[in-house]
Design a protein around this ligand. Structure first.
Ligand code: COA
Length: 165
């Protein structure tokens, strides 16, 4: 039987428990997932690509059928190079919808064979984003329980060395 493969793209600066929730939900629908860091986004990430890959690999260690990767260029090109069937995205609130809708339609225009699948993030994670985690961590707030422990420690390390929030 052909295996269903999806790519879950994002900046993951850093990965949060909300992202991991989407990975676990996605694994109920797909046989395999590639969690892919997009390196050519318009954002100015705090963590390098290698650091983000390391945190994702750490967070997903031992989870079967998940790979971690990074790419630059068009998402749909990467998805078809990987032989994947779909793009997986998480939705937290209505505010995510407009941007996600626009992206999904643009991606469909660029490659009509690739479907975007949206999954609702668990309620516990609905208010978190990588930026809000970084802001809290930078001002000394406790992010325990919102990110994996390993990420929590990397955030402390990063902000321990810098005073700029
Ligand atoms: N839990 C917690 N936070 C979540 C989340 C979840 N389930 N899902 C999304 N988020 C947060 C992210 O942490 C991120 O937070 P931040 O803005 O504070 O950093 C925010 O929501 C946006 O999510 P992210 O997945 O990082 O999306 P993005 O907008 O950075 O990524 C790309 C968009 C990279 C997937 C998109 O720009 C892309 O595909 N680029 C490649 C180029 C391309 O093909 N462009 C044409 C596409 S139209």
């Amino acid at each position: 039987m052909p295996q269903k493969l999806a790519v879950y793209p994002g900046t993951f600066d850093p990965v949060t428990n909300g992202h991991l929730d989407i990975v676990h939900r996605g694994l109920r629908l797909f046989d395999r997932l590639i969690v892919a860091i997009v390196t050519n986004g318009s954002k100015h990430p705090l963590f390098t690509v290698d650091e983000r890959l390391d945190m994702l690999r750490h967070a997903l260690k031992g989870v079967p059928n998940v790979e971690v990767d990074s790419f630059d260029g068009l998402l749909v090109d990467y998805v078809s190079q990987q032989g994947a069937d779909a793009i997986l995205r998480g939705l937290r609130a209505v505010s995510d919808f407009e941007y996600e809708f626009q992206m999904a339609l643009m991606n469909r225009k660029l490659n009509k064979n690739i479907q975007t699948v949206f999954l609702m993030t668990g309620l516990r994670w609905i208010f978190i984003s990588s930026s809000i985690i970084k802001e809290a961590a930078c001002f000394g707030g406790d992010t325990t329980g919102l990110v994996p422990e390993y990420v929590h420690d990397r955030l402390k390390e990063k902000y321990g060395r810098s005073t700029a929030c």
